[in-house]
Each structure stands twice: as C-alpha cells, then as structure tokens.
Design a protein around this ligand. Structure first.
Ligand SMILES: C[S@@+](CC[C@H](N)C(=O)[O-])C[C@H]1O[C@@H](n2cnc3c(N)ncnc32)[C@H](O)[C@@H]1O
Length: 276
C-alpha cells in the first residue's frame, strides 16, 4: 500500500470545502476511522458497500482492514481523491458516482455484503428503513453499520416504555438485532455538526413466521401515529386491529409505547391471517 497524504491535505488539494446541501461533515481521525471499520468484524476479503465516502477517510480504513469496497458518492468533486485510493489499493475499490437512493444495491453488489456509512441524517434514515423493509429475508446485506444523530440512534435501539420507542425501534428490532456500537463526539467532524452522533450496528435475525413487513408497518403507523392514545382509540381505523388486540388478550387501554415488539408482531400476524 502506497503512503497516503493526511486527509486534511486531500481536502485542500482537491478543494473539497464541505457542502451543507450534501450534509458533508468529514472525519479525519484515522484511529477513530479504524475503530469504526472494526465494528462489523473481520472484513478481510469481504464485500463492503460504503455510501457517501466523501474524501475517503472511512474508505481508507475499510481498505486497510482488507475489505473489497464499492463506494457510492454523489458529489463528483470527491472522485479524484477517491481515484487516488483506487490506485493505492489496487483491485480493492470501485467507486460509483450516483445518488445511493436511486441504486439497486443488491444488483450492484451481486453477492452478500456489509454496509458501512457516515451519511447525512435524512438520506441515512431513508436508506435504513429501505434496507430494513426488504421483502427478501435474510436480506442481501449481512450487516448495517451506520452513523446517525445520537437522538436517532437512541430511537433505533429503544426499548418499550421509553419516550424514544416507536416505529423505528420496531422496524429495527422485529427481525434483526440492533445495538448502539459507538458514540462519536461532534468535535470529531469537520465542520462539527450541532448535535452528537452515534453508530448503530444491525444484523439480521430469523424473521417471525406469517407476518409481512407492510402489515407490521401499518400497525405501528396507526399505533404510534397517536402514541398518547390508548390502543382502542389509535387502532380504531385499522381494519381488524381491535379484534386482533382482543384475540391476543392485550389490554386495549395500553398505549403504543408500552407494547413490545413481539406484541406488535402478534397483532400484525393476526391481521395477515384474518385477510387470508
Ligand atoms: C457526512 S459526509 C461523510 C463523508 C465521509 N464518509 C467521512 O466520514 O468523512 C456524507 C457524504 O455522503 C455524500 N452523500 C450525500 N447524499 C448522498 C446520496 N444520496 N448518495 C450518495 N452519497 C451521498 C456526501 O456528498 C458526503 O460525501
């Protein structure tokens, strides 16, 4: 591997001033980046999809860990810096200039892959819910290691009974294991964002039988759409919802934030069965 210039110099040499519109907050601390790249486990010769490599800090760390990286970046200004990495790690890096929201990731990768990304909040959350809503399960991805605003990360791993528990937690936990892998201080980024960040790591689990992701989404949407209301109120508009709650002997005076992931899965299963 050739010696690479420090990331700050790369930014300067390629005139990569951080674009607010593209949600660019760069990480330069190579030790921190190596620790992030270690979260998914041994990456040697593994296929990794990185979204939003920017100037390539995290990309370098993934390449150092021996991964075969496919990176999707929509800012063409970053491509020359990434081309240098392609040269430094021959045969290990493929860069695609595109909006990651418009790419079929499974088709692009053609084999099971780990996802690693430090993305702007809105793009990250949309990709995350797309990956978790996959019809195919186990999905094409083997793990997701993603940077979020700390507040969003807490919502993903939240347990029932907390104010953070909601649709995102149920989606992330009903057929996968989600954990908060690392907190990242805002000062680690250039420029520093207003809020703290955290990395979430998700691995797929066996999916409960007889439940479709779309029905589960409808149930949680209805329940958490009126999270302060009792289930007998919030599920009123959901055809068969109240009957399902009764059938499962779930107290209909409870509020959505007290209902466990397993109970939501049970309600969705009842609905799917009753429409068969
Ligand atoms: C927060 S920066 C992180 C850059 C780098 N990974 C790091 O950690 O220093 C987010 C990167 O995602 C890119 N990006 C934003 N939206 C994107 C999208 N829809 N598709 C692909 N890349 C995107 C930005 O251009 C930027 O390079």
């Amino acid at each position: 591997m050739a010696d690479l210039p420090p990331l700050r110099e790369v930014i300067k040499a390629h005139g990569l001033s951080a674009s607010k519109a593209l949600g660019q907050n760069f990480l330069f601390d190579e030790q921190l980046l190596d620790r992030i790249a270690a979260i998914p486990g041994d990456l040697h010769d593994k296929a990794v999809l990185e979204i939003g490599p920017g100037p390539g800090g995290l990309t370098r760390a993934l390449l150092r860990a021996g991964a075969r990286v496919t990176a999707i970046e929509r800012d063409s200004r970053c491509l020359p810096a990434l081309a240098q990495l392609e040269e430094a790690f021959p045969g290990q890096l493929t860069v695609i200039e595109a909006d990651a929201l418009k790419v079929d990731h499974a088709q692009l990768m053609g084999e099971p892959f780990a996802v690693v990304a430090n993305l702007p909040y809105n793009v990250g959350t949309r990709l995350f819910t797309n990956w978790l809503s996959s019809q195919q399960w186990p999905p094409h991805w083997q793990s997701l290691t993603l940077m979020f605003q700390q507040e969003v990360a807490k919502r993903i791993v939240a347990k029932p009974g907390s104010g953070e528990y909601g649709r995102l937690a149920v989606l992330a936990q009903w057929r996968s294991r989600a954990k908060l892998a690392m907190k990242v201080h805002r000062s680690a980024f250039t420029p520093p964002p207003k809020v703290m960040s955290a990395i979430v790591h998700v691995e797929p689990d066996a999916a409960p039988e007889g439940v479709s992701v779309s029905t589960l989404a409808r149930v949680t949407e209805a329940a958490f759409g009126q999270r302060r209301k009792m289930l007998r109120q919030s599920l009123k508009g959901l055809h068969g919802g109240l009957e399902a709650v009764e059938e499962l002997q779930i107290d209909s005076t409870r509020r959505a934030e007290t209902v466990s992931v397993e109970e939501f899965v049970g309600i969705a299963r009842q609905l799917d069965q009753s429409t068969k």
